[in-house]
Design a protein. Structure first.
Length: 303
């Protein structure tokens, strides 16, 4: 029996979040924030962390910076019991600075090791040692991207099921995803991403196009919950109302809840409901991982 339920390849970095800055930010002035959080960020690492917090056995392969930011980020995963035997090391950590303004936010990223993971860094036997393989933040993997189709193909031929959350394409090109989709079982975009990658002007067209391309298409819709299509059948599930601190990482937390149930063989309705529950729970605390570090509160919320 495999000792892992899922392997994930992707990026890791800390998020520095400054709350309560003025909407207008002139230069050459000292602008004061009303709150600050330093937290494990990045789509892939948030997913790995929160899946492990839920109780899945997670193997995470990434390139981590040899500096104190890298060490802290890795420590956060180690605390949750994520298996890190496959990680590679690079020089300088990436970092993301997030400045929320109401429901909008500035997101400023220095990529560093985020985009330096190479195909040669991956131990394919390790990645194939779980029954399921996942990638997030496809377009930030600039070194790996040209060989991601091959990576997914290799995982499928090794008998794994696969999932992908592309997140946004900073260059808004979207072409490279089409080569990967034939090897993806579960695709987890948000509404905008679904429309962009399928070249559709509305969600319905996007859903029907993507449903032809993958076994299960799941679209996240923020405070409107989520919708999915599998085998021509449509499923939808409402969001869980919560008092939102910030929605950072809600999409990755949705993925964690969805995949945690999928890995246990749950039906699609249960996967969607648990995804919404975990997305909402993430929004009740800073960043994408802070809520999931409080195990007692997490268990109570999920109950
Ligand atoms: N305001 C909210 N209230 C309740 N649930 C929410 C809220 N915002 C997000 N969620 C939950 O989180 C899920 C994912 O959110 P969203 O649609 O914003 O994903 P995303 O755009 O991929 O997010 P991310 O920025 O993390 O990549 C939603 O489907 C929903 O279940
Ligand atoms: Mg997302």
């Amino acid at each position: 029996m495999s000792k892992l339920d899922i392997t994930i390849a992707g990026e890791i970095n800390l998020d520095l979040i400054l709350y309560g800055l003025p909407e207008h930010m002139p230069t050459e002035r000292e602008l004061l924030a009303s709150g600050f959080a330093i937290t494990l960020g990045s789509s892939s690492a948030i997913l790995a962390h929160n899946l492990a917090a839920l109780g899945s056995r997670v193997g995470f392969v990434t390139k981590v910076g040899d500096d104190s930011f890298g060490a802290l980020a890795v420590e956060r995963l180690r605390e949750r019991g994520v298996d890190l035997t496959g990680i590679a090391h690079g020089a300088k950590s990436g970092v993301t600075l997030i400045l929320p303004h109401g429901l909008e936010r500035h997101i400023l990223t220095y990529p560093g090791t985020i985009s330096e993971l190479r195909f040669e860094d991956l131990d394919l036997d390790y990645l194939a040692s779980a029954p399921h393989f996942h990638m997030s933040s496809l377009f930030l993997q600039r070194e790996l991207l040209p060989r991601v189709p091959e990576l997914f193909r290799r995982m499928k031929s090794a008998g794994l099921t696969t999932s992908l959350d592309t997140n946004d394409d900073p260059e808004d090109g979207w072409d490279s995803v089409l080569e990967i989709l034939p090897h993806v079982d579960i695709l987890l975009p948000n509404e905008r991403e679904a429309m962009k990658m399928s070249r559709a002007d509305d969600l319905e067209t996007a859903l029907s196009r993507l449903a032809q391309m993958v076994e299960t298409i799941v679209v996240k819709m923020g405070a409107s919950g989520a919708v999915a299509i599998r085998d021509g059948r449509r499923f939808s599930a409402p969001a869980v109302p919560v008092t939102v601190i910030d929605p950072i990482g809600a999409g990755d937390s949705f993925d964690a809840g969805f995949l945690h149930q999928f890995l246990r063989g749950a039906d699609l309705t249960t996967c969607l409901a648990y995804g919404n529950l975990c997305g909402a729970f993430s929004a009740t605390d800073c960043g994408g991982t802070e809520a999931f570090r409080d195990t007692a509160r997490m268990q109570e919320f999920l109950r």
